[in-house]
Design a protein around this ligand. Structure first.
Ligand code: AMP
Ligand code: MG
Length: 430
């Protein structure tokens, strides 16, 4: 066990070195949002599967209506009508048309669709006529308003490559080519353990000296948000027995995230128990909030690879911010993602921030756009236990180690937590 100061980047490198991409499994496509394909996906059929109409109108032969204009309509006789989902048994021959709806297959003989608005259909309906004839008012371009078979996807084509993240359009593509299940890199199971003799379950009333366990919930919500499966181990007491018992249950997980118990001067139980069960580095990461953190590999027995363990600080905001910096990239790497960076914008700071000891400071800010400038405003007291200012923030403004102070008007990087601009704004005093 070593105890030393390292930078955020170094901590990140050391952690990610021990994190591997997980194996894959077959899943129903709707369970795979945000997951990464583990195999190329090939289409067995063309999309669209047939030439079909892009408009409601009339399927015609372009050569029959050369010179059609509103003052000199070409009149065709309507021999059939076809809706999406049906196939006309008739053929469009010289002087005829078939009324057609969007998505219906283009009937034999037709090469063009003329939309309703380029015909006199409305006028005829207004006059109470039956639609046995139709006047075409515009000369169309041959082939107009027809979506060609295979214009999106041709049979045999690779539609999605291995390594693609599945978002709503990809899930739609898979549905359109009939893939109900696909092979994706599975979601990591993240075991979550809160530590502290002071902690109560959320359903318990407050008692002297006690507080409720917040971190189990913020951590689980963050795990869910970034695509993992939380496994709540509950509250570990500051005794070796309690921790050992709970850690035993974490051994099936892909990652263990603990909070608390790693600060200097804290009970040594957490450190000792974790160190006994594997390798552990105790770090002071040069960041604020969130200075003390730990990383280790816990033995699982046999020749199984170790269980990576990230020990987050106990203060709720520190735990959330260190999660964003270290646990989020670990989860994304396990999921097969390659870009692990947080989406970042450049914003003009509206407040001053002092950086006295060369740490990387993450300030809770609300970012708003005025014109073409993003402006970042502190959301309130920046104490590492003040969760309300985290709740009001949509971003974390980053003050680099080498910058001693930021003044109003200075430009900083802001890691965006989301894009909402009106988070839980302070209420007027009652
Ligand atoms: P520790 O790192 O265990 O010394 O904890 C640092 C601070 O965070 C202490 O004030 C703890 O009471 C608080 N804390 C630790 N764990 C939690 C938790 N799960 N929920 C809320 N506060 C916590
Ligand atoms: Mg503690």
């Amino acid at each position: 066990m070593v105890n030393h100061m390292i930078s955020v980047d170094e901590a990140m490198d050391r952690i990610l070195r021990h994190i591997v991409v997980l194996d894959s499994e077959d899943r129903a496509i709707l369970e795979c949002l945000g997951q990464v394909l583990d195999a190329d996906i090939r289409a067995n059929e063309s999309i669209p599967p047939m030439d079909n109409s892009a408009m409601d109108g009339f399927a015609v032969r372009a050569r029959d209506i050369q010179g059609a204009a509103s003052l000199s309509p070409v009149v065709l006789s309507v021999i059939d009508q076809v809706a999406a989902g049906y196939v006309s048994s008739r053929k469009v021959e010289a002087g005829t048309a078939i009324r057609i709806m969007t998505g219906a297959p283009v009937p034999a003989g037709a090469d063009t669709v003329v939309p309703f608005e380029d015909t006199d259909e409305e006028a005829r309906v207004g006059r109470g006529e039956t639609l046995s004839d139709i006047g075409i008012l515009v000369e169309p371009v041959e082939g107009a308003n027809i979506r060609r078979r295979g214009e999106d996807i041709t049979a045999g084509q690779v539609v999605l490559r291995r390594g693609t993240m599945l978002r709503p359009p990809e899930i739609g593509l898979l549905a359109s080519i009939g893939k109900a299940k696909v092979s994706v890199i599975r979601r990591p199971v993240v075991a979550i353990l809160a530590t502290g003799d002071e902690l109560l379950e959320i359903s318990e009333p407050l008692a002297p000296g006690k507080i409720r366990d917040t971190n189990s919930y913020t951590t689980a919500a963050q795990v869910l948000r970034y695509g993992g499966i939380p496994m709540m181990l509950g509250i570990g007491r500051d005794t070796a027995r309690s921790l050992n018992e709970l850690l035993g249950r974490a051994l099936d997980a892909d990652l263990l995230v603990t909070s608390g118990g790693v600060s200097v001067g804290d009970y040594d139980v957490v450190k000792n128990v974790l160190a006994e069960r594997g390798e552990m580095d105790l770090w002071s990461v040069r960041m604020k909030p969130g200075k003390p953190s730990a990383f280790g590999m816990i033995r699982r027995g046999g020749d199984q690879p170790g269980l990576p363990h990230l020990g987050l600080p106990g203060n709720p905001v520190s735990s959330m911010i260190t999660f964003e910096q270290f646990v989020r990239p670990a989860i994304l790497k396990m999921l097969g993602h390659t870009n692990l960076e947080k989406p970042t914008v450049r914003a003009v700071m509206e407040n001053s921030v002092m950086n006295r000891d060369h740490r990387r400071i993450y300030c809770r800010v609300i970012v708003r756009r005025t014109g073409d400038t993003y402006r970042a405003t502190l959301t309130g007291p920046q104490g590492s236990g003040v969760l309300t200012s985290m709740s009001r923030a949509n971003g974390l403004a980053v003050v680099p180690e080498a910058v001693a102070r930021v003044d109003p008007g200075d430009t900083v990087d802001v890691q965006m937590l989301d894009w909402n601009e009106s988070h839980n704004l302070p209420q007027e005093a009652p």
